[in-house]
Write a protein that binds this ligand. Structure first.
Ligand SMILES: *Cc1c(COP(=O)(O)O)cnc(C)c1O
Length: 484
């Protein structure tokens, strides 16, 4: 791939990227001298060079709009562009978070209706749209769990049980709430180990935090019994519903015994995930938790919509009421698909994942050989034994034009490869991916070097991902880049 123009390379003293008209108003006084810079080292380029520079940079991006992006646990699916347009309607974008609610009745109605739709979809009693990420919804849910137990003068419940397959945010948010975390192991089928759960569940446990389907992409058929076991000992069942792509329109959390659950609108409901936001992680809870819900909830009193704070609310999660634009897209998505369409989403997602599973299980080890839900987890341990780590395989996929699936997660699978194809990909794309995965499996035997040195045709090779995440280098700086 051709390198983009580098600004320092094309910079020439005296070039300028814009032309200002002659001054036809009296010049204003400059700020005091100590606030002024005499030297400002910026690349000096023409307007066209600048346009080409940014256009070249934009082409380096890989996104779900440019290719297959089967990132397990993240639901990178196609999101209708029409929903972006709807979120941009002036009536939605020109309102201010703090304007009087009487003057924003349409927006509040949308929020009120979305609360009701999500309540219906999850089979719970009440929904708050306030959380702005999945992890924040988790945090809010566990704060509610805590508030619920405290309201019943039950201060002894200080533990949260978390399965060993859980997403990292689950133990992290429990710990932020001051809970002690006890890990429940999975059994050989990938389900929760019931014997261990039974022995761990006692009067000190505030809640079991459970993801269903689990991050192994499996639906735990013991779920009803799990709920009973937890409730019998006075605990609550909290669900991580970040990925609803297999349950949507099919199964309701409320019917499975969950007391509260968080959803990620920025995975399942028409907002792209990734890039750090904006997100929306609403929580849906059973009626007995309604008093603890985050502030605000939208209510309808005699035809007038307004915000309210539940009597024992855990409080606010941000300055206003969440990411409104994401709510608009979720609302548009649900309303345009309707109940039948939502069912089809789940059916398509599950079919795609199982298709990949069946086609690839001869080439890659499948630790849990059973029907999966919206994602399938393979293990690259056979390839590892031949000298190719799952990281090499992921990097090699880039050469073939695919974004790699999630790797090394969930932690309970050695050399994990977690593929989530989603319902929005065609059979043709899935087949191309399958062929490539088979080709890479052949390369492991025939051309290991190609894997060890991959990727070969991307603009950058293997990156120091930890430093990239912790100390992102996002700005052009004179010293670091100008030659000499
Ligand atoms: C994505 C995800 C989360 C966290 O959601 P964020 O919006 O990134 O905070 C939590 N749990 C699971 C299972 C997820 O896939």
């Amino acid at each position: 791939m051709k390198q983009p123009y580098l600004l320092p390379d094309i910079s020439q003293p005296g070039k300028i990227g814009c032309s200002l008209p002659a001054l036809d108003v009296p010049p204003a006084a400059l700020p005091p001298e100590e606030l002024l810079r005499t030297e400002l080292e910026l690349p000096e380029v023409s307007e066209m060079e600048l346009v080409r520079y940014f256009t070249a940079l934009s082409r380096l991006n890989y996104g779900v709009d440019t290719g297959f992006y089967p990132l397990g646990s993240c639901t990178m699916k196609y999101n209708p562009k029409w929903h972006e347009d709807i979120a941009k309607f002036p009536g939605f974008t020109s309102i201010h978070p703090y304007q009087a609610t009487e003057t924003a009745q349409g927006a509040l109605r949308l929020m009120f209706d979305l609360q009701a739709l999500l309540t219906e979809i999850t089979g719970m009693g009440v929904t708050s749209l306030a959380p702005m990420a999945g992890a924040q919804g988790e945090l809010a849910s566990l704060l509610m769990v805590k508030a619920y137990h405290h309201s019943r003068s039950n201060m002894m419940r200080r533990k949260i049980l978390v399965p060993d397959t859980a997403h990292g945010t689950n133990p992290a948010t429990a710990s932020m709430c001051g809970f002690e975390i006890n890990t429940v192991p999975s059994d050989s089928e990938g389900n929760l180990d019931m014997k261990r759960l039974e022995s761990m569940m006692n009067e000190q446990v505030a809640a079991l935090s459970l993801t269903i389907p689990s991050t192994l992409g499996l639906f735990d058929p013991q779920i009803i019994t799990i709920g009973q076991l937890v409730h019998d000992k006075g605990g609550l069942l909290y669900g991580d519903g970040a990925n609803l792509n297999s349950l949507l329109g099919k199964v309701k959390f409320g019917d499975l015994g969950f007391d509260c659950v968080q959803l990620n609108l920025h995975k399942t409901f028409s907002t792209p995930h990734g890039g750090g936001g904006p997100g929306s992680g609403p929580i849906c809870a059973k009626p007995y938790l309604a008093d603890f819900m985050p502030t605000p909830l939208v209510v309808n009193k005699a035809g007038k919509y307004s915000f309210t704070s539940p009597p024992k609310s855990i409080g606010r999660l941000g300055a206003a009421y969440g990411n409104f634009g994401v709510m608009v897209k979720a609302y548009a998505y649900i309303r345009s698909l309707g109940a039948a369409g939502l069912k089809e989403v789940s059916e398509g997602a599950v079919t795609s994942a199982n298709y990949l599973k069946e086609k690839l299980k001869a080439d890659y080890h499948l630790p849990y050989n059973r029907t999966c839900m919206h994602e399938v987890v393979f293990s690259g341990k056979r390839q590892k034994a031949k000298g190719a780590a799952i990281l090499d395989i992921a990097k090699r996929l880039l050469d073939y034009g695919f974004h790699p699936p999630t790797i090394y997660f969930p932690l309970v699978v050695e050399e994990a490869l977690m593929i989530e194809p989603t319902e929005t990909e065609s059979k043709k794309t899935l087949d191309a991916f399958i062929e490539t995965m088979k080709e890479i499996a052949r390369e492991v035997t025939e051309d290991l070097e190609a894997l060890h040195t991959a990727p070969h045709n991307t603009s950058v090779r293997r990156l120091d991902e930890v430093t990239a995440a912790r100390q992102p280098d996002l700005r052009w700086e004179v010293k670091s880049q100008r030659p000499g």
